[in-house]
Design a protein around this ligand. Structure first.
Ligand SMILES: [Zn+2]
Ligand SMILES: [Zn+2]
Ligand SMILES: [Zn+2]
Length: 350
């Protein structure tokens, strides 16, 4: 076939001498180019150009096959101008990524990775993930895997996926494994968020408990502190109010623990948790049962001790996390400690 030399737009205003190299691409097309430009942007092309020729007079030729000729033209355009149109990226983004990888043109490679990332769809993701592997583009590969994991149902229905299942079981396995791990990670972080929420709630309940036992709030207060009836709700009133209602119930419930009252048992657990988070070991704490629990802890090694200690640590760290986001004055207020312990009878129900 007689080569068909085309003239191309180098997308630059520079004036060039006569072309001294020809790129041969598919369908016998010849693209005239300049050795100096090619050599300056691609070490691989530079190598080709520097190869000794059979005859001094013979033309220097570089063969680029396996991609459409228009993709090669867009590639050459980039070598001259460092620019690639969105239209070329739409049509030849994958070919350009392959060419930039093979001919070591990092600038174009970055441009293609971004361009392909922006254009990822459930339709093309299977092709792009394979290319990203071949072209050593880990960021693009990861984006593909995430899209696969999040939209697997849609991807599974594509021709690309069906082809992959038939021809590349290893990649299929790899993708399925990633999806599995991705699901596990998602579940884990969801559970972690829920747990953190619970610890934060417990930590708030612990603070309210100390505050109710030391200074009193709207419904309940310590027996030896004069609590004004018209007290305004405190800063964490929704937690505080719930806790006060629970304390009132605990102080007056007929069934109590023995009768298996759920609300009493919950209050009992909050008192116990407090004794694990409480740092006042000199019986100055005003929260009921605090000292008793602490003494019991020292005397008998209970089986569930470790579990409570772990819970207390988590609640304490949730408190640290939330206090970090408070202004300093507020933080000092929150740190205020309480005095004297008298058991549940020390409450005055208002
Ligand atoms: Zn309160
Ligand atoms: Zn009860
Ligand atoms: Zn205490």
């Amino acid at each position: 076939m007689t080569p068909n030399t085309i003239s191309i737009d180098y997308q630059t205003n520079r004036v060039f001498p006569e072309p001294d190299v020809f790129i041969h691409c598919s369908q016998g097309t010849r693209i005239p180019v300049h050795a100096s430009i090619l050599a300056s942007v691609s070490p691989v092309l530079e190598n080709f150009i520097d190869r000794p020729r059979k005859h001094r007079s013979s033309e220097r030729i570089i063969q680029i096959h396996g991609v459409p000729c228009d993709a090669v033209i867009a590639f050459v355009g980039f070598l001259y101008s460092s620019r690639c149109t969105e239209e070329a990226m739409d049509k030849y983004g994958m070919h350009l990524l392959a060419l930039s990888h093979v001919y070591l043109v990092p600038l174009l490679k970055q441009r293609c990775i971004k361009g392909l990332t922006d254009r990822l769809t459930t339709e093309n993701v299977v092709d792009v993930v394979q290319l990203a592997r071949l072209c050593d583009a880990p960021d693009l590969h990861l984006r593909c895997m995430r899209l696969l994991a999040n939209n697997f149902k849609a991807v599974e229905a594509t021709e690309g996926w069906k082809f992959l299942v038939k021809h590349d079981p290893w990649l299929e396995l790899d993708i399925l494994r990633f999806i599995d791990e991705h699901e596990t990670r998602k579940k884990k972080s969801r559970r972690h968020r829920m747990e953190q929420g619970l610890y934060t709630e417990l930590s708030e309940a612990m603070e309210c408990l100390e505050h109710i036992c030391a200074e009193g709030c709207t419904l309940v207060g310590p027996y030896d502190v004069e609590v004004q009836r018209e007290r305004r709700p405190c800063g964490r009133f929704s937690t505080c109010q719930g806790l006060q209602v629970l304390i009132r119930h605990f102080a007056t419930c007929e069934k109590r623990m023995a009768g298996g009252c759920v609300r009493c048992r919950r209050m009992w657990q909050l008192f116990r948790l407090h004794s694990y988070v409480c740092h006042q070991t000199d019986s100055s704490c005003k929260v009921p049962f605090c000292r008793q629990f602490q003494l019991k802890m020292q005397q008998e090694k209970r089986k569930d001790d470790a579990k409570w200690k772990l819970l207390a640590r988590k609640v304490a760290s949730a408190k640290v996390m939330s206090s970090l986001s408070l202004p300093k004055r507020k933080r000092d207020e929150e740190m205020r400690v309480t005095m004297n312990n008298h058991g549940i009878r020390s409450f005055k129900l208002l």
